[in-house]
Design a protein around this ligand. Structure first.
Ligand SMILES: C[S@@+](CC[C@H](N)C(=O)[O-])C[C@H]1O[C@@H](n2cnc3c(N)ncnc32)[C@H](O)[C@@H]1O
Ligand code: SF4
Length: 394
């Protein structure tokens, strides 16, 4: 049993990261299990009104906190009208004390129509875009069922670079038939487009997706574990050559260009989630709450119209769970976990949250490093985090 250290968890968190979910897409990609929906006509006015109302609900109970970042995620937020994005940013700035250099990110798909809205988003206050490129290769894009071509992706990235001070894009690797040399060249080319941040995801087959059934029917085969690992290593090397370090398992950045919003998740700081299916971890009157919202857009909007929020769950997160979550998130980061911040945030001393014998073993084999101030996973340890955590965490 993990014993909380009395008086340690103050349950106060001054800073806040804000996530806003836009749940609509032009089509459903066959690999994707995010909360995204296709509608003939998007109920734009209703959705935006509900997002603004739920944001006001959160603001009223959270108080005038310091706001470090806003992230418009999806779904496809680049289907939103720039004036709607501006209205939500305006509401957030009015409700919270926004940092002078607040990071405001919008996830964008690279079709030409969406790229055409980039200038409008910048005028609305967005200062960072995260573009869902996935691949620059036409055959790979067809396999992934994407609505855009490689050339469009390139143009979207080039346009974004002119318009936004900060830019990231997503790639998916470990596709059927992918070989290391071709992938290495593709990543090198992509990085030459001068993004300062790259998110790289291994293709995962999620239950409930089209790919899940196709993969079960053996319509395609995924690369073996060893090849997938080689592809990852090649990416780390190419990113390193371009000056981007793997600051988190799947995320690479130039020094200072790390995603502040995502760092708030990994450092286990407070974040509020607004919109259908959005999650949050917010400190309220000395207690950390896990919040989640109804996933279906119209049902969520109905709840917001009735109650001010589409919340389905608002649960206090106890010390054991806080410690577990902070470990799971923090070990993903190259910087690891600060022992003092961990104790402050969770109310539990880190050494009380882990199995000490397992920790010694994992340090011995070179997967973890423990210093006076930090626990961190080595690069080899981070690759094996899924296997390592169940052994480590009590
Ligand atoms: C929530 S999606 C939204 C981005 C945007 N709608 C798009 O598709 O470009 C965020 C990212 O998750 C990644 N992703 C989604 N499903 C995945 C899967 N099954 N395997 C690997 N990466 C996935 C993609 O790289 C995607 O860009
Ligand atoms: S990957 Fe992006 S565009 Fe495709 S369904 Fe998922 S959220 Fe929508």
């Amino acid at each position: 049993m993990i014993a909380p250290v009395a008086g340690l968890y103050a349950g106060r968190m001054e800073s806040l990261a804000l996530y806003i979910h836009w749940p609509f897409c032009l089509s459903k990609c066959p690999y994707c299990d995010f909360n995204s929906h296709v509608r003939e006509v998007i109920p734009r006015a209703r959705m935006v009104a509900a997002l603004r109302r739920e944001l006001a609900f959160e603001a009223a109970r959270l108080g005038r906190r310091r706001l470090t970042s806003i992230f418009f995620g999806g779904g496809t937020p680049s289907l939103m009208a720039p004036e709607d994005v501006a209205a939500l940013i305006g509401d957030a700035r009015a409700a919270f004390a926004a940092d002078e250099d607040i990071e405001i990110t919008l996830e964008a798909n690279p079709t030409s129509v969406e790229a055409g809205r980039f200038a409008g988003y910048a005028a609305a206050g967005v200062n960072r875009v995260s573009i869902g490129v996935q691949s620059f290769d036409e055959a790979a894009l067809r396999f992934l069922g994407r609505e855009h071509s490689g050339a469009q992706a390139r143009r979207a990235v080039e346009l974004a670079r002119e318009i936004f001070p900060r830019l990231s894009f997503d790639l998916i690797y470990a596709l059927p038939g992918q070989d290391v040399a071709a992938w290495r060249a593709a990543v090198g080319d992509a990085l030459a487009l001068a993004a300062d941040h790259l998110s790289l995801y291994q293709l995962t087959i999620e239950p409930g997706t089209k790919f899940f059934n196709a993969h079960a029917r053996r319509d395609f085969l995924l690369p073996e574990v060893e090849l997938a690992a080689e592809l990852y290593d090649a990416t780390v090397e190419e990113a390193g050559l371009a000056g981007l370090a793997a600051y988190e398992i799947s995320n690479f950045a130039r020094p200072g260009a790390e995603s502040r919003h995502n760092l708030a998740y990994w450092r286990y700081l407070d974040y509020a989630g607004v919109g259908p299916g959005a999650h949050g971890r917010v400190s309220l009157e000395g207690t950390l709450f896990a919040t989640s919202r109804h996933r279906a857009p119209e049902a969520w909007a109905g709840l917001v119209e009735r109650d001010g929020t589409g919340a389905t769950v608002e649960e206090a997160v106890g010390p054991v769970e806080r410690a577990r979550e902070a470990l799971l998130m923090g070990l993903r980061l190259a910087e690891g976990i600060s022992l003092s911040r961990f104790a402050e945030r969770t109310g539990v001393a880190l050494m009380a949250a882990v199995d000490e014998a397992a920790l010694d073993d994992l340090v011995e084999v070179g997967y973890l490093v423990l210093t006076e101030t930090h626990l961190r996973a080595t690069a080899e340890g981070r690759k094996r985090l899924d296997a390592l955590l169940p052994v480590l965490v009590r």
